[in-house]
Design a protein around this ligand. Structure first.
Ligand code: SUG
Length: 415
């Protein structure tokens, strides 16, 4: 069985809008009330996937969730027609696009039973994300139904917040070797909530039966500066940890533990006197897909915002010119998602597995991406004004757009 890293991207849903729902996410707050462009957003996501296929990477997708989430409103004793605007916005969010928050994944080399374990994230810290897990787990149970290869777990119970792979880094000498799983949790976040709780991290490590795990506190300073998830200030791939100097509360202890116990780990740390936390968070240079290219060497697939920041780009160019493991910088335009605090890495969930064990309806090639683009171009709203979320014609349009995509991908069972 050959293990391959598959990036499953969340297709940006037709209800993509800027409602300013995420406290502690500076982009979400800054763009609250702006006009969104769902069609352009979804096409930017498809272009990113196309570019990754072009690099020789294996690509999958997750589907947008039913929005407005009428079942959730019903559970709250409300109806879409009468609910308060605040709850309506929460029921309409397209936030499931950020697949890095869908689940935590422990691939088979790391687990006691030799299966790949996935725990759906409960996302309970933010109301608009707290109702994602129902549709996420439905998709995980179809995509990863082969129980010889996968175990899909339900959400960690409240009150322990879990935001999935965005706070989880896997380090391994090679993808297919046994790895170290680093769980990053928040304990204090200055004025902002901590969304990943240590109790959830430990529960997942137990449930997945992980051989080797570390639990590391995210720095209060980073959360307070707007790094609401660890993947805003750090990313790992195979033996490389790429992180900001201020990412971890007890930096010295963590890096010393890596150097002493896992000497194969290569740490690429960006000093705060070269790139401030504020610049790192504004440019999202760490919210990059750090990938191993099929021809060897690693590339950083990062948002164009990182290229637009002279200080950040200067440091990155120096890094790739040096002798380090990261050899290429590949900027991608995901501006519609970025404006809600979601960069290239937020949009994808990595699953290391044998592609033959995955339901092929969730895997994409060029032709399938063409099909997705056609549906998006024909059906996705061109623009949504934040004060127009109460328009019943918009709800219909969003629901029909999603139904057309499910049909096109032969996944009507998710309706
Ligand atoms: O959870 N934004 C998302 C962004 C998630 C980014 N994911 C990772 N870092 N992996 C969030 O804060 C904004 C929605 C709004 O304001 O309308 C939002 O949910």
């Amino acid at each position: 069985m050959s293990l391959v890293e598959i990036n499953f991207d969340g297709i940006v849903g037709p209800s993509h809008n800027y409602a300013g729902l995420s406290l502690g996410n500076l982009a979400s707050a800054r763009n609250a009330g702006a006009i969104s462009h769902p069609r352009a957003a979804a096409l930017q996501g498809v272009d990113k996937m196309r570019a990754n296929l072009g690099l020789g990477l294996t690509q999958g997708v997750f589907l947008p969730h039913p929005r407005p989430d009428r079942a959730w409103l019903e559970w709250l004793g409300a109806t879409i027609e009468t609910v308060e605007p605040y709850l309506l916005a929460n029921a309409l969010s397209a936030s499931a696009m950020w697949a890095a928050n869908a689940a935590t994944v422990s691939p088979s080399p790391d687990t006691v039973d030799g299966r790949c374990h996935l725990s759906v994230a409960n996302l309970i810290s933010m109301p608009h994300r707290s109702h994602e897990w129902h549709c996420t787990i439905a998709q995980l149970r179809i995509a990863f139904a082969d129980e010889r290869a996968f175990a899909v777990h339900g959400p960690i119970p409240a009150p322990f917040g879990d935001e999935g792979a965005a706070n989880h880094m896997r380090l391994a000498p090679r993808h297919d070797a046994a790895g170290l799983e680093v769980f990053v949790y928040g304990a204090r976040g200055g004025p902002f909530p901590t969304r990943q709780h240590v109790e959830a991290c430990k529960a997942i490590a137990r449930l997945h039966g992980i051989h080797s795990a570390l639990f590391v506190q995210q720095s209060e300073e980073a959360i307070a500066a707007g790094a609401f998830h660890n993947d805003v200030v750090a990313v790992a791939n195979e033996n490389v940890l790429f992180c900001h100097e201020r990412a971890f509360e007890h930096r010295g202890n963590f890096l010393a533990a890596l150097r002493d116990e896992f000497p194969w780990v290569e740490i690429v740390e960006v000093p705060a006197d070269r790139v401030s936390l504020a610049d790192a968070i504004a440019s999202y240079l760490f919210n990059a897909q750090l990938v191993t290219l099929p021809q060897g060497g690693m590339a950083l697939i990062l948002p164009t915002e990182a290229r637009d920041n002279a200080c950040v780009w200067g440091w990155l160019e120096e890094m790739v010119a040096g002798n380090g493991p990261i050899r290429r910088l590949i900027p991608v335009d995901v501006r519609q998602s970025m404006a809600n605090g979601g960069g290239p890495a937020c949009l994808r969930l990595r699953v290391l597995c044998d592609p033959a064990t995955v339901d092929p309806r969730f895997l994409v090639d060029e032709a399938k991406l063409d099909r997705i683009s056609e549906v998006v171009a024909a059906r996705w709203p061109e623009a949504i004004a934040a004060d127009a979320l109460d328009d019943p014609a918009l709800w219909d349009r969003i629901e029909q757009a999603r139904a057309a995509l499910l049909d096109a991908l032969d996944l009507a069972e998710l309706a």
